[in-house]
Design a protein around this ligand. Sequence first.
Ligand code: FES
Length: 293
Amino acid sequence: MSLMTILDRVADVPTFDKVLDPARRAVNAVLRPQAFKDLLHGTWLGHPLHPVLVQVPVGSWVSAGLLDAIPRLRPAATVLIRTGVVAAVPASLAGAADWSEQAVGVRRLGAVHAVANTAALGLYVGSLVARGRGRGTLGRVLSYTGLGIAGGSAAIGGHMSYAQSSGASHAATAARALTSDWIDLGPLDDLPEGRPALRTGKGGSIAVPLAAVRRGTKVDVFIGACSHLSGPLYEGAVEDVRGRECLVCPWHGSAFDLDSGAPRRGPAANPQEKLEVRMEAGRVMARLPNHQR
Ligand code: FES
């Protein structure tokens, strides 16, 4: 059985859901207000923040492992381990923020990822204590053990990202399926004012949902699957969020700027794919901009 199959099986096991649900509520209670949580999601960056932040502890700890193999460089290894321990704190907070807004299978695997990371962090802290007391051999045993666990945990995180699409833009995936060039969305007058309407484009033999929002004679058209977890944006609402008119997802409340598609409120960190629009004899025509095709 491959590692990927094992991880997929773990994601199907509901045994610990009774623990995970309160843990999720606790994360949501602690990571407040919403602006703080959005900071951790990376909504301001237009990219998930967690994978950016984890570069520091992972890089520091791997480098420390190499330096520890050369006796005269061991003091530098200690500095890197300390750097990784400090950097692991914001990385963990960002991971917890994302974890709390994921689907149940990702949350199960994410819990394993978090437990393994916590164990690795504890081992590195223990290693620093041992090194500080002059017990270098013990310190190296603890840090190499921590590195092994952190490496295994990174593989789980990779599976969550690549196989379970936990940080991917689901809107970008839907946009890639769109095979139509200019799509006829029907007469402008058929679109309701100030709320999204469902329209579709062709994606081979399937229909790709679009969300069209009319404001007077202006129409903004987005891929209908929310970039966060594919929620139906065409069933959302138009609201003022942080001073901008936004299309708000009905599933977890992510808000996307109607003018640009940029996320204004999380949990979405990725922008929402927006189509270019032109009018043709009173009909609304839309297509993906060149850079998205
Ligand atoms: S699917 Fe989660 S906010 Fe849209």
